[in-house]
Design a protein around this ligand. Structure first.
Ligand code: NAP
Length: 351
């Protein structure tokens, strides 16, 4: 079967490198374009990335000879999807240009996330949000991921939200340095330190979960109505965002019920056996000191959301800890999973 031609925008960055890795030998998709900024254009990816590749496996051989192009639709005709790991300063206009050219855009940037008819798609959480794509007027459509911190949070909350409802939520993040892209936070600011501020992060963390867990009405996504507060911190961890969560539920729940919901959680990607779907989207660990980035980050090849430390909260109802891989589950892996969902559900235009 002929594969769907895809492009990676921002292919040289932290998220872009993950796309290059995860799309190697993909059963549905073939990478036909690697795009980045002016300073990278015209160079062979393998040469350009020799000192910039930050993933432990080698640069995939398919990508090494590919020449980096600028992110413009006319550069590579025939693309059906572009995965965007572009810097937010440029992502908005570039992604719109691809959508206007008829290409399906799957973005990791914040630019289009809060537009009514743009889903913040999380394949396990809200596949029904794809219904709003018809309300986008461009020939191609735009889908986004949530912020990387919020991805694991909303997956862990989804079964609780469906079963008990959510009244209010407090989250405290400990976010890895790779979340700031490359080269990211200067080593002298982060080594042996904690930085209790990440520019622009808390407003995103306080609005995206409600949209992810919202419902579709009249072609728009209506956000869920719970209140929430977020503290976002940068910590000296390379990959993996850890989030402490306290939640007040609308209905009473027992510890056993919550753990059972997490352990048995299955969603559309598992039912459709999508290639990037982890068999268990949520893994609950009983140990007092888990999850930990060093030990638990690669559950489900980085697509598993690891939860632990469920206990009663003296102010709200329950508190627990969630860990997810920021460039895999929080970015490239989730975007590839979304693309697999679109493919299986027939959302890709015919060539
Ligand atoms: P990054 O490492 O800084 O990479 C940015 C990419 O954008 C690079 O490929 C860069 O190309 C390209 N770029 C920058 N300016 C450009 C321009 N004017 N024209 C064309 N390309 C340009 O950033 P990142 O961490 O991968 O993040 C990418 C996006 O994903 C951001 O919007 C970020 O907020 C979001 N995100 C990041 C994470 C994470 O964990 N890192 C998770 C979720 C979402 P050059 O190398 O040629 O400059």
């Amino acid at each position: 079967m002929e594969k769907v031609k895809v492009g990676i925008l921002g292919a040289t960055g932290s998220v872009g490198q993950r796309f290059v890795e995860l799309l190697e030998n993909h059963p549905f998709f073939e990478v036909a374009a690697l795009c980045a900024s002016e300073k990278s254009v015209g160079k062979a990816y393998g040469d350009l990335m020799k000192s910039r590749w930050k993933i432990s496996s080698d640069i995939p051989s398919y990508a090494k000879p590919m020449v980096v192009t600028s992110p413009e639709p006319k550069e590579t005709p025939g693309l059906q999807i572009v995965f965007s790991g572009l810097d937010a300063s440029i992502a908005g206009e570039v992604e719109t240009a691809y959508a206007e050219a008829g290409v399906m855009v799957i973005s990791n940037s914040k630019n289009h996330r809060m537009v009514d008819n743009v889903p913040i798609l999380s394949a396990e959480v809200n596949p029904e949000h794809l219904a709003v794509l018809d309300a986008q007027l461009t020939k191609g459509k735009i889908i986004t991921n949530s912020n990387c911190t919020i991805m694991g949070v909303t997956i862990a909350l989804k079964p609780l939200f469906d079963q008990f409802g959510i009244e209010s939520l407090m989250i405290f993040s400990m976010q890895a340095i790779s979340g700031a892209g490359y080269p990211g936070v200067p080593s002298m600011d982060i080594l042996g330190n904690v930085v209790p501020f990440i520019g622009g992060e808390e407003p995103k963390a306080e609005s995206e979960p409600q949209k992810c867990l919202g419902h579709v009405q009249d072609g728009k996504i209506v956000s869920a109505d719970f209140k929430m507060s977020a503290h976002c911190n940068r910590v000296p961890v390379f990959d993996g965002h850890t989030v402490c969560i306290s939640v007040k539920l609308k209905k009473k729940a027992s510890k056993e019920e919550i753990i059972s919901l997490w352990r048995n959680f299955q969603a559309e990607p598992q039912k459709l056996s999508l290639p990037s779907a982890p068999p268990k989207p949520i893994i609950y660990r009983e140990e007092d000191d888990r999850p930990q980035p060093r030990l638990d980050l690669y559950e489900g090849k980085g697509m598993g959301v690891v939860v632990g430390r469920l206990r009663e909260d003296p102010i709200l109802d329950w508190k627990f800890v969630v860990l997810s891989h920021n460039t895999v589950r929080g970015a490239a892996g989730a975007a590839v999973l979304n693309a697999e969902l679109l493919y299986k559900k027939g959302y890709l235009r015919s060539k």
